[in-house]
Design a protein around this ligand. Structure first.
Ligand code: G6Q
Length: 564
């Protein structure tokens, strides 16, 4: 039994959950006119209504007791001041310093990191301006019009999500995009090949984004991109190298400047970050260079400012008014006391179409852990499965299960009051769906209501009896509604930071390390072992394989099928 499940705060919640299981939100709203007013928070441009949850004041009080008993206030200070809370890797977790736009120092180990953070930001500003203004020229003397970020995981998902979300800011007043952003992450050559088909190499800047600069997928893609560039630059490789084509078309974002130099990239064109920046928390760092180039440095800085504002809110606000803490506690309520396995992210804004994928990594790589700080397996649920799609597409697909399936799926709905593309009545229609879905999920439809509806449609009694049960919606499905005025860089920064801190709070309460990712290692190790076997197998199909029978047979089948 873990200390957490033995704690009075946990036990009190367990006890309370027995009666809370029969709470009906519809009734709670009917008997409590102040509910919507009380269960909402507004900060950093985000208005969050969490009243459509299976909670009462008592629930919230007990959840806050749990947060307090977990030492959340001290943990927050440790995060912001750079204590080595990534305890398995002995590292501080300081993505908040990357967006610290205040004058306050951040000094883990007594050394202020802010001067070097600011120096890299200045370098990013100068460089992105040179690219966007057309001052930086490629090997043919033409300005750069395409930027290709080559990276994977944390070195890809953030830049992709943010550049997509901020697309309106990539256009000038005449609607022209200064620099088109592209992303290559998958080692499947198809990804690179399709991007290379879409660009003119002499007007393309490749950004090799890799914290370690050793990641197999990224290095393979970077080497193939370099070969394509050198071929396009003409002459033989030595000529192209000598003409400085690589220096004009490749920059690096990394903590490993030695490996950057070994790749042939001038370290003057390398943008540094540090081991206290986790991959999935790195879009605020030099890893955000493609964002700055795509939308301009000013907008990138607004994005940082939004994150910084959420940091200030999170650090200073007691649990009761604290947005990330509240969302974290609601997640724990459903995951640990209602056995919910997943959490849906449902943006009603097409520009946020990659947010579910981004949060999938942020949350699942952070809190997909089963061993507590002390090294033993936990006896409670930790991070949920995060998934989602933009509304209204999801409505015509998987919402069926959320409404009428057997599983409880808490969901975050989010929408802007203003669209970047106010065409006809699209936005009104979109928002009517946004409001309707959370209402329907909460209110549901009783058997009597279903029967009455069918009767009104003129159906005979026997058919009504047969059909009505299928038309019942149990309702009482919990949702949070997040409204903001418009999807600006600032709002996006606040939104992302809100989720980062939610994840942090949950990790603290679950007593796990949210900042390592050992779980991705085993597959990587095995792939390294199999790669030379595939190479040998291409020469000799009878190559010795020492895996399990299934893996051996699959490899042999592949070797047999790969040609012809
Ligand atoms: C994120 C993870 C992981 C990482 C990638 C890419 O938190 O650490 O997704 O970002 O494996 O790593 P590199 O940036 O080192 O290439």
């Amino acid at each position: 039994m873990s200390a957490l499940t033995q704690s009075p705060a946990w036990k009190a919640l367990q006890n309370h959950s027995k009666s809370a299981a029969s709470l009906k939100m519809k009734e709670l709203f009917a008997t409590d006119p102040g509910r919507a007013e009380r269960y909402r928070l507004e900060t950093c441009g985000l208005y969050v209504d969490f009243s459509k949850n299976i909670i009462t004041d008592e629930t919230l009080g007990l959840l806050r007791d749990l947060a307090e008993a977990s030492g959340i206030d001290q943990a927050k200070e440790e995060l912001f001041t750079g204590k080595k809370i990534n305890f398995t890797e002995g590292r501080a977790v300081l993505h908040t310093a990357l967006r610290n736009l205040s004058a306050a120092p951040v000094a883990p180990d007594g050394q202020d990191v802010m001067p070097k953070v600011r120096a890299v930001l200045d370098k990013m500003r100068d460089f992105s301006e040179k690219i966007r203004s057309g001052a930086w020229l490629g090997f043919s003397g033409k300005p750069i019009r395409h930027v290709v970020n080559i990276g994977i995981g944390g070195s890809d998902l953030g830049p992709v999500m943010v550049t997509e979300a901020l697309k309106p800011y990539s256009r000038d007043s005449s609607g022209q995009v200064a620099v088109q952003a592209h992303f290559v992450s998958n080692v499947d050559a198809t990804h690179l090949a399709e991007v290379l088909r879409a660009v003119q190499l002499d007007q393309t800047l490749f950004i090799v984004a890799s914290k370690t600069f050793t990641t197999q997928e990224t290095m393979s893609n970077a080497l193939s991109a370099r070969a394509a560039l050198l071929a396009a630059a003409g002459g033989d490789t030595a000529d192209a190298m000598a003409s400085g084509a690589v220096a004009k078309h490749f920059v690096a974002l990394s903590t490993n400047l030695e490996a950057v130099a070994a790749f042939g990239i001038d370290t003057a064109n390398a943008f540094e970050f540090w081991d206290w920046v986790g991959g999935r928390y790195s879009c605020w760092s030099a890893i955000g260079l493609s964002i700055a180039i795509s939308v301009g440095f000013g907008h990138f800085k607004d994005f940082l400012a939004g994150g910084h504002d959420m940091d200030k809110h999170f650090r200073a606000t007691p649990a009761q008014g604290n947005l990330p803490v509240t969302l974290a506690l609601l997640g724990i309520w459903y995951g640990d006391f209602f056995d919910a396995q997943t959490h849906a992210i449902l943006p009603y804004d097409q520009y946020l179409h990659r947010l579910p994928a981004y949060l999938q990594q942020a949350d699942m790589e952070s809190n997909g852990k089963s061993v507590g700080k002390e090294g033993s397996r936990v006896d409670y649920q930790t991070g949920p499965i995060i998934w989602g799609e933009p509304g209204t597409n999801g409505q015509h697909s998987f919402y069926q299960l959320i409404h009428q399936g057997t599983k409880l799926i808490p969901a975050d709905f989010m929408a802007p009051a203003q669209s970047h593309n106010p065409i006809n009545d699209h936005h009104r229609i979109l928002l009517s769906n946004f409001f309707a879905q959370t209402e329907a999920l909460m209110v549901g439809k009783t058997l009597a209501e279903a029967e009455a509806e069918l009767k009104a449609s003129g159906m005979d009694q026997e058919a009504i009896k047969r059909l009505a049960p299928h038309k019942v919606f149990e309702g009482n499905r919990p949702t949070n509604s997040i409204l903001f005025k418009k999807l600006t860089p600032h709002v996006l920064g606040s939104l992302v930071a809100m989720y980062e801190h939610k994840i942090f709070v949950q990790g603290i309460i679950w007593n796990i390390n949210s900042y390592d990712q050992m779980g991705v290692e085993l597959g990587k190790q095995l792939a390294k072992k199999i790669l030379p076997e595939l190479e040998a197998g291409e020469k000799d199909a009878k190559v010795a394989l020492k895996h399990d029978a299934s893996t051996n047979t699959l490899i042999r089948k592949y070797l047999a099928e790969r040609e012809g």
